[in-house]
Write a protein that binds this ligand. Sequence first.
Ligand SMILES: NC(=O)c1ccc[n+]([C@@H]2O[C@H](COP(=O)([O-])OP(=O)(O)OC[C@H]3O[C@@H](n4cnc5c(N)ncnc54)[C@H](OP(=O)(O)O)[C@@H]3O)[C@@H](O)[C@H]2O)c1
Length: 346
Amino acid sequence: MSQQTVFRFPTRNVFDDLTSYQEAIPTPSRDEVLIKVRAVSLNSRDCQIATSKYPFAIKERVIPGSDAAGDVVEVGAGVHDFAKGDRVVVSFDNTRLYGPAKDVVSGQGGGVDGVMAQYIARSASAVTKIPAESPQSYSELASLVCTGVTAWNSLYGIKPLIAGQSVLVQGTGGTSMTALVLAKAAGATTIVTSSSDEKLQKVKELFSPDFCINYTKTPDWAAEAVKLTGGKGVDHILEIGGVGTIEKSLAAITQGGVIGIIGYLAQYDPAKIPNVLLLALGKEAVLRGIQIGPKCMLDDLVTLVSRQKLRFHIEKEFAFTREDIVSAYHALASGKHIGKICIVVE
Ligand SMILES: NC(=O)c1ccc[n+]([C@@H]2O[C@H](COP(=O)([O-])OP(=O)(O)OC[C@H]3O[C@@H](n4cnc5c(N)ncnc54)[C@H](OP(=O)(O)O)[C@@H]3O)[C@@H](O)[C@H]2O)c1
């Protein structure tokens, strides 16, 4: 078998533009491994790319998807630390081994081709081996790549989370739910906000966060978060809403706390953009822009997740057919999910 199914977006207006192609299975070069993809995890970014709403440049006819987990099936002659049969995940930006991002166009499924294929060849240096005893499914492992590393980077990238500190995550999507699992594993006090009581109920059943706030019913969720932390304010906040929620995050953060600038989902009135600089100054807060994270963070995340056997919530798995993948995009865009939406690749 030398051909495989690969999905591309020849145009990017609607999810239905996704098109199936038969293409050659790549031959790994000396420093590459060939990976049989077993699962792809979708992200909000994938929906933005498919509809030309992503704020950064996209490759023509891009193969979508940044997050893959799979099995090594072939090893280049110069690769010594992987063997056939190893379970692996691939770093979001294959060129970023450590340190800050060098650009905004090297992420898989965006400026370069992604992982929505049966087989991918990648530089061994961009690949992380999953320890054999790790209990997570391929979908859970794939989900570590983008939202997982983003959550890790927010909590540990600049001023590491310390046991006993507090963490607030906005909403119940992939990034926030992964951060919740990591924060609980670190012994933090956790606060989850959501637009939905039903979602919060399910999150309580799945993860037992310390506190939940419905941000629709309690619009001043910042004051509530300050109250819940005994008047101190929150130590780490994952900012998912962006301009529309940053003022509240700056009200909720403790003096000297860290806000990971991650998402941009909240509506906002351009006439009422807050004076973020002054608010941050008043709190001596760290506002840190995050672009996923380097491969070394994926390594650290995999070590923790594997040793502590942490489990992540996959809301639904779809099949590797055009129709099902399009349905997966719609499911993610509907915002009805908690955690992750994934595609299982046969
Ligand atoms: N900078 C980075 O490196 C990076 C990495 C990953 C993701 N992101 C960005 O982060 C955002 C989330 O990505 P994701 O993949 O985690 O998304 P997702 O799984 O689709 O989850 C989105 C969730 O965000 C919550 N949300 C929406 N508007 C909100 C608001 N105004 N206030 C609080 N929560 C709100 C909703 O939760 P409820 O329904 O529970 O309210 C929604 O379910 C996106 O903007 C994405 O582009 C950035």
